[in-house]
Design a protein around this ligand. Structure first.
Ligand code: GAF
Length: 382
């Protein structure tokens, strides 16, 4: 696609990739300075790019999703670097360009072609994958290597400024720092990254996409975030990461409204579940890990209220299959995907159950795939 669109030959190009993610546990804890435990998918966004002719300030972008539309902006025109404009996906690239410039790195004019097998709008972080792939391409152009957490923070700023989504750091950080064969325990306060082995051939991770598209930039996500911050303020702590259930339950009656109390209870208990889950995974105690995933789902559904009937149905289907340890909603919610931890030999029955029981009730098929933990953002070809 690069060559047909831009006419430059292959020898001049750089290729980079960055993965989507699935989160095993730790939902809505990242913007509360807490812990998360995602893994990088083996599904990636790939950018093939090349610098434009010396002195050019033009960036041209094309995506395999609509190869006839070439997006273009001029690096020397501040107006063209503002958020907005079509196609929407180009904002993630433009945003990363602006972050590099803001930090004083020279960004040359360039051409780039995007292709991806990360499902879009499906709760597996296709946007973070595009941001981290762009960041990796720009690192090559600038001849620098950034800390994964730095690149991730810039990607998070792109979400805040260019897409109006006040997200946490999880999606960008796992896309930047994922490691093959490992789930990654991420401390969203210190940015400490602890790989937890996930290479036991007797267990599998299965992702089921409800095919219900969600848009997190609606009011729900910011509202949840605001409720968490209000609860932390009432508790007198910087973030809910610093609170315990004992503290929450010691608040005088009426300090928090019921919903805010429920949001805080989800975050406090979820944070604790991440720590216990990581321990269980280390010990290969999948029964314990699975139960924690089930509890996490219940908490997301009942306390955080981010699930939807389609997702609850997928979770129930998974939990009823023999050999399944646990299942839950993964990602921001309001649709998207579930994640299931199961015995390797339960995978066929699980796929079958999703097929037989989802579509007849919901009216559309779920897109189901199993995955191992893949690598984070990387250069494929220089
Ligand atoms: C979305 C956000 F982008 C993440 O930062 C995180 O908050 C997640 O929802 C919920 O855990 O993916």
């Amino acid at each position: 696609m690069f060559e047909t669109t831009f006419g430059q030959n292959d020898a001049q190009t750089v290729a980079v990739a960055a993965p989507g993610r699935v989160n095993l546990i730790g939902e809505h804890t990242d913007y509360n300075d807490g812990f998360v435990l995602p893994l990088a998918l083996q599904k990636n966004t790939v950018l093939v790019g090349a610098k434009a002719a010396e002195g050019s300030t033009i960036v041209r972008l094309v995506s395999e999703m609509s190869p006839e539309d070439v997006a273009q902006f001029d690096l020397s025109k501040p107006d063209e670097l503002k958020p907005g404009g079509e196609p929407e996906w180009a904002n993630y690239v433009k945003g990363m360009v602006v972050m590099f410039q803001r930090q004083g790195y020279a960004v040359p004019g360039f051409d780039a072609a995007v292709s991806s097998d990360v499902p879009t709008g499906g709760g597996v972080s296709s946007s973070a994958a595009l941001e981290m792939a762009t960041g990796t391409l720009l690192e090559v152009f600038a001849d620098i290597t950034l800390e994964p957490s730095t690149k991730a923070k810039w990607g998070q700023s792109v979400e805040h400024e260019f897409v109006n989504l006040p997200c946490g750091i999880m999606d960008q950080l796992i896309s930047a720092a994922g490691q093959e064969g490992h789930a990654m325990m991420l401390d969203c306060r210190s940015f400490e990254i602890k790989p937890v082995p996930l290479d036991d051939p007797s267990v599998k991770i299965v992702v089921a996409n409800s095919m219900v598209k969600h848009s997190l930039s609606g009011s729900e996500y910011p509202e949840r975030r605001a409720q968490c911050y209000a609860a932390a303020k009432a508790l007198g702590v910087p973030h809910l990461r610093d609170a315990t259930m004992k503290m929450l339950d010691a608040l005088p009656e009426g300090t928090l409204d019921q919903k805010t109390y429920m949001r805080a209870r989800h975050v406090i208990t979820e944070n604790d579940r991440v720590v216990r889950f990581a321990q269980a995974l280390q010990e290969r105690d999948y029964i314990k890990a699975g139960l924690l995933m089930n509890d996490s789902h219940t908490s997301q559904r009942d306390d955080y209220e981010v699930s939807v009937p389609e997702i609850d149905h997928l979770v129930r289907i998974a939990q009823s299959v023999e050999g399944v340890y646990g299942a839950r909603l993964t990602g921001g919610g309001f649709g998207g995907c579930t994640v299931t931890l199961c015995q390797e030999n339960a995978v066929p029955a699980l796929f079958e159950a999703f097929k037989k029981e989802y579509e007849p009730t919901i009216g559309k098929e779920a897109l189901v795939f199993d995955t191992e933990a893949g690598p984070g953002a990387r250069v494929l070809k220089l």
